[in-house]
Ligand binder design. Sequence first.
Ligand code: SAJ
Length: 415
Amino acid sequence: MSFEKVSVVGLGYIGLPTAAVIASRGIEVIGIDVSEKAVNTINQGKVHIVEPDLDMVVQAAVNVGKLRATLTPEPAQAFMIAVPTPFKDGHKPDLSYIQSAAKAIAPVLEKGNLVILESTSPVGATEQLAEWLAEYRADLTFPQQVGEDADIQVAHCPERVLPGRVLEELVSNDRIIGGMTKRCSERATALYKTFVRGECITTNSRTAEMAKLTENSFRDVNIAFANELSVISDELKINVWELIALANRHPRVNILSPGPGVGGHCIAVDPWFIVDSAPESARMIRTAREINDGKPDYVIQQVSKAADEFKRPVIACLGLAFKADIDDLRESPALDITAKLADMNIGEILAVEPNIHELPPKLLDKAISLVSLKDALDKANVLVVLVDHKQFKAMTSADINSKVVVDTRGLFSNK
Ligand code: SAJ
């Protein structure tokens, strides 16, 4: 059976591009979100998030009437849930957004519908979603059955796109599809085949959940290794960038880059889901998280030492985003470091972030000025490179002349 009407629940960094891409294939897409502002913006053909080319794809889909957003769910053949899965205190996964989505769509579900969980989730979350759907449908005309005879098919298909390259990766990446049953996987595969050019590989829901967590944990562990090497290299007076470049010349070695810590809402979060599920066994995954979370304090110590060299230190923090060339400040170590430096009162703090126009709430009540790169280079005697934005990569050794540089991204390792 082909899909004529699909609903996407949660119109954020993943849901909105997914909705727009499916709509661009000629399928009618209804986007559901709890934010009235997001719904209104999308219905005007505009976007509320920054992602290259997304504005064009959304505008086109809305203009031809294939995409529309609403606050209240309505019937569709398939529902794709792309809501946040943050963690609560003690690094425990918070599934409340998935639960709310289940509650919202349950009344409009019809026999034979497909429900896909796209949100990165701890192992067991898809089974839990099926149980919630059953619970919220219990009093209705046909209750959702869990298991082989389920009248609603439930599957997990974790999103895997890289912020900044979402539209391209949504179509070209392979997809892992973990159905609650074989039939669920087949239906879900049919839906993804309408817009995915990569391969769709089927498994069960628990393995699909774990596969996504494993991908991000692999990266976290590799970055932790690089971060540990950077601290060891400082102790041993070795340039860590040169060291890693040399080691990576080996055909079977591929070490990622050290930095000021790991940010974003994925790699800094997902490994904790594994640790929470298997606290005794997930030793390396936990340690990697601790190493990466400890890196900002190490950077702060380095800056503090650098500031001690000056009577009136003026410290310029270059970058606030969690990675290069985006405006996303979520879980950003750069933001954290800048805030803590201001609290320490060790000098005047300047912040440079070419991708935003005003200081974020977290920095508003602090003695920090948001300045241009040029002003920072004119005034500062200590430069702290926190993000490798393209504007910072273009700096020359003349720009840094007599300044002390704490370079967490290796921009000046060869300059
Ligand atoms: N970082 C380093 N060193 C590196 C690479 C990254 O310190 O060598 C830091 C970045 O500066 C940033 C953080 O790690 O603070 C994460 O950045 P990222 O570019 O590695 O990843 P995300 O969080 O933008 O996206 C990841 C991707 N996962 C993988 O590459 C395995 C993406 O494909 C996932 O869809 C996304 O997580 C997600 O939603 O889970």
